[in-house]
Design a protein around this ligand. Structure first.
Ligand code: FAD
Length: 237
């Protein structure tokens, strides 16, 4: 198994989790995860790896359904990248490939003169498939970034988004108490349903706060910083 810890880039104190001992201490401070770093239960098989420069990108190629160009069809990460923590990149890339191969079957792979027809068939479809997935990741990432910034006392980022979106933490709390919410969340996360069918469901956004029970015990940032600073290697410098 693998455990990932995310932090705001300006949260210098928590950057110490790059050290294996500090990483384990931070994980052990989270009651839900602590068991995974007990030496009698698990044994680390790698160093702590750092993932930086994670960007959400989407290159819209057919605004209002009109292809901007032909002769080139970006798919997979070349078309859009989302947060790897959501684990959607492979599914999205394979779906893109399926759209292209289906269209090639109709249009003919070898005729260069077919490029405009191919673009007209493929680019709007890729846009329509990809935008909801990218947008969902963008909204969740935005909410998490704002939460991190509030914790650090930084001003929130100004955003023009007004459409209500179900925060992941609330969705997860609902999934713990309601089997239907659990299944719907999994289907949306795994792209069996379009993410907005769950995270943009206005009735659910209204009802969920009343359905969830007491919040799970979670450490505060100060708890994590204290755990990380307790790492003897960090203390040495
Ligand atoms: C750390 C991390 C964890 C991830 N975890 C998950 C996960 O759990 N689940 C999930 O679904 N997705 C995950 N993703 C996302 C997923 O890996 C990508 O969305 C997916 O690999 C995209 O496929 P792709 O074919 O578009 O690009 P890539 O897999 O990047 O393939 C592009 C290939 O092109 C090659 N290449 C580049 N330039 C050239 C050139 N000039 N000539 C020839 N070859 C070239 C590259 O070497 C590479 O092999 C993760 C991504 C990262 C970075």
């Amino acid at each position: 198994m693998a455990i990932a810890i995310g932090r705001h880039p300006q949260d210098q104190a928590l950057s110490a989790v790059r050290s294996p001992a500090a990483f384990d201490a931070a994980v052990a401070a989270v009651p839900l995860l602590a068991g995974f770093v007990r030496p009698d239960v698990t044994e680390p098989v790698s160093a702590v790896h750092v993932m930086a420069g994670i960007r959400a990108t989407f290159r819209r190629m057919a605004p209002q359904g009109r292809p901007l160009f032909h002769g080139l069809i970006p798919i997979g990460d070349a078309l859009a990248t989302t947060n790897p923590a959501y684990g959607r990149g492979l599914a999205l890339a394979l779906t893109h490939a399926e759209v292209v191969t289906e269209a090639l079957g109709h249009v003919g792979a070898t005729r260069t003169s077919a490029a405009p027809e191919l673009a007209a068939r493929v680019l709007p479809r890729l846009d329509a498939l990809t935008f909801p997935v990218w947008y969902d990741a963008y909204r969740h990432d935005g909410m998490r970034i704002d939460q991190w910034r509030r914790t650090l006392g930084l001003p929130e980022v100004a955003r023009s988004e007004s459409r209500p979106w179900l925060p992941l933490s609330l969705a997860a709390a609902g999934a713990r108490v309601d089997a239907q919410v659990f299944i719907r969340m999994l289907r949306a996360m795994q792209l069996l349903d379009r993410p907005d069918q769950f995270f943009g469901d206005l009735d659910l956004i209204d009802q969920l706060p009343g359905m969830v029970g007491a919040p799970m015990p979670l450490p505060t940032r100060s708890d994590l910083v204290a755990a990380v600073e307790g790492d003897p290697l960090q203390a040495v410098g």
